[in-house]
Design a binder for this molecule. Sequence first.
Ligand SMILES: [Zn+2]
Length: 325
Amino acid sequence: MKKKFLKSFLACSLLFFFSHSTYGWGFWGHKKINHMACFTLPPGMVGFYKSHIDFITDHAVDPDNRRYSNKAEPPRHYLDADHYGDHPFDSLPKFWKDAVAKYSEDTLNAYGINPWYITKMMFSLTESFKDKDVDKILYYSANIGHYIADGHVPLHCTENYNGQMTGQVGIHAFWESRIPELSGDHYDFLVGRCMYIPKVQLYTWTFIEASFAALDSVFRFEKELGRTFPPDKKFSFEQVGNKTQKVYSADYAKAYEDMLSGMVERRLRASVFDVGSLWYTAWVNAGSPDLDSIGRNDLSDEMKKKLEEEEKASHAGEVKEIHGH
Ligand SMILES: [Zn+2]
């Protein structure tokens, strides 16, 4: 009886463990990135974003919630670059049309479309600024912030996204959620003023390539640590609401973070800077419209209704099993 209980207990905790791994940065990280990106903006924008900072922060996680209810959503969060060889960036076309011509849309969707999708969203955000459409500016700002942040996570750039090919299952949530949640309060999120990005289509690839380059350390250091760390101290159990969750212990997380020499903090800081910079770039490309005149406008009732419906749909889908990143 006891054994049976223990078995089902472990199954439950592991299930939670895996489903948690489907999120990018974790809710805490995504919200923090969008929030802090508002403080990188120049005078013509910062007032508008500060007036709506709660919306921009809270809705940073909408794309992850949508993954349960929208089939088109998952590939927007990652790019399995290693599917395209050891030196994928030599062969992967940076422009969507060229990539479709070379690999087909089905293949691209199967292995993730993150950098191309960010470029697509930039067009929508730029148009929203041109129209001075409060609903759309806020919607696209919050959403694009999420995708940009996901592109900064090394484990969003590999088919081995959860260490399942190297005996490191769980590493995804460990790196991107557990570590920031444990250490994030001590990180420095003030990254200074954002910058204008002249060629967005090429820029999105710079952070994907940096994420990809970091993968070697992400896997190698965890492997090394796993070999040397006392096995009985590697995991702990934590109570989250009425669930018991199996998590990497704080000591194990600290040791790993030390080996990574601040990599998680650096990728978070780069996310904040790039989110602010791409918002700013869209605004400049739209002709730097005056946002003060619309700064205090609230979302339309129509938009509020749409978001409520989206949230309901995401809750209804929560019981479904999600595969992938
Ligand atoms: Zn995501």
